[in-house]
Design a protein. Structure first.
Length: 143
């Protein structure tokens, strides 16, 4: 995989739920399992889905600034979320980055109780990419 694809994948992972930055989404606190899958036309082989777990405290569930699943190891990005909208159980947003590379995108997450499904479509120099997201609440956080 080329460096730009790796960077794009990391940016997408970081900001997959960055749309949640403007107001609290309709989600619960607890231990969440989040699966991300990347699709990019022209890739010779499909990348395997990546799954993480994340504990969301009640305070984090109420604070949209902490509603992002685990971040990218690349902390040198300048991605900004805008046009955040929460309509019922659906969150939509746009994303723009210039560092470490130019990326623009739009995304959507739809919550349904203890699960959610979403996607983000991004454009960059290397081409277009779609990230798909599935979240499932596993129960209370383990301390």
């Amino acid at each position: 995989m080329t460096r730009s694809l790796v960077v794009a994948s990391l940016v997408a992972g970081t900001f997959a739920s960055a749309a949640l930055l403007a107001q609290a989404p309709p989600r619960r606190d607890g231990n969440w399992q989040i699966t991300m899958e990347m699709e990019m036309p022209g890739m010779p082989m499909k990348m395997a889905p990546h799954t993480i777990t994340q504990c969301i405290t009640p305070e984090q569930a109420e604070n949209p600034n902490t509603a992002v699943p685990s971040g990218s190891p690349d902390k040198n990005n300048d991605c900004k979320v805008s046009d955040y909208k929460l309509e019922g159980n659906k969150v939509t947003w746009t994303l723009a980055c210039t560092t470490p590379q130019a990326v623009t995108g739009t995304g959507e997450i739809v919550y349904s109780g203890d699960t959610y499904d979403g996607w983000m479509k991004m454009k960059m120099q290397a081409g277009e990419m779609t990230m798909k997201y599935k979240g499932k609440r596993l129960g209370d956080c383990v301390k």
